[in-house]
Design a protein around this ligand. Sequence first.
Ligand code: UDX
Length: 443
Amino acid sequence: MSTETLPRLTVIGTGYLGATHAICMAVQGYEVLGVDVDQRKIERLAAGEVPFFEPGLPELLTKALESGRLRFTTSFAEAGEFGDVHFICVGTPQMKDSHAADVSYVYGATGELARHLHRRVLVVGKSTVPVGTAADLADLIASTAPAGSEIELAWNPEFLREGFAVDDTMNPDRLVFGVASAWAEEQLRAAFAPMIAQGSPVVVTDRKTAELVKVAANSFLATKISYINAMAEVCEATGADVHDLADALAYDSRIGGKFLKPGLGFGGGCLPKDIRAFAHRAGELGVGQAVAFLREVDAINQRRRARTVDLVRDLVGGDLNGVRIAALGAAFKPNSDDIRDAPALDVASTLQRAGARVRVFDPAALDNARRVHPELEYGESALDAAYEADVVVLLTEWSEFREIAPEAMASVVAHRRIVDGRHALDPEIWRGAGWEYRALGRP
Ligand code: UDX
């Protein structure tokens, strides 16, 4: 498809999802306008600065800006004028007082955009929403947009993983198009032409199914993680080894080894809030029982954090008061500076509240961690955090932590004790170097 026939895209909401989508689509050859109500964010992006940590994205932002195909604005009027296909990429965080998703930003952004839609265009929801939201948004657009019912709404869930966001956007393992007409499908195919040409499979379905695909996928992933962590609890009670158990299960190609890594469990801006919102929505629909297991998945996951704290307490003889702890990791997973619902920081602050002196180090998330947890101490490197520590706790499996030599760490700590919250280290090597090594679900 030549550049002249490509639809012009707008991306409303330039957070993690939206900024990545806008930048990648411009690199793929589309004219893209990124829109956000946050003036500061727009200024930073327009100046070539990605406001969060994502490998590969800063280089692509520079490239996209240099191509002249990517611009940013805070004006919805400009967006309405410009775009043929408008992507809604705003957040749906958990509500403060319930497990439901807060969809107010989705309604706000869609309504604001709709006021400026004067011709037949496609609006595409990418945000993770409770099933049924798209139908309401379609009504909102029809009643708000000057072009009224000429405007169509489609749903296109996003599956990108932080840390791999560029590759997941450029080479998606599938595209899901939830559409209400053949015209909408055609527009979406044009909006994803490069990905389709290079072989990404497309599932075309209705909007409700598309909304559900996202929460069903995240629920499955969360369940798989909690499954192996439930096995870890059983291993802990019997003295069996969940690490070997997971290895053995993974050879069964029906089970597979991905998302079967036992440890401190899942966190982040998606899995925890998505399973809660899904269970909440299912309850509203009268099918709460069908996904009641998700509450157990959540509970198993939360228990991992408490068990990690217990393991540290055991290792120091039962009392955390005054114990000096080095916490390696703050981000919810490696290759990210995201600390939303991060198991690592949850554990670090629980240890601190129990009387320990906790010194945290993370290669990317220190600034974010400091802002939210000013009560914790922070080191400048892993070894700096471990200086005179009574126990080292590995909480996020950054590769630089995996590569630490036990002898180097031994030379700075007060006691050679380590809790490997992520099963990231080789116990034989650490024990061989004189360390007391402990990991959840391992003897
Ligand atoms: C997730 C989904 O993977 C993605 O498709 C969706 O779009 C958004 O939510 P993300 O939050 O970036 O992506 O992280 P992911 O890589 O899925 O990891 C989630 C959490 O699970 C992390 O805290 C990770 O440490 C944990 N995890 C993952 C495990 O504890 N064990 C595993 O085996 C895998």
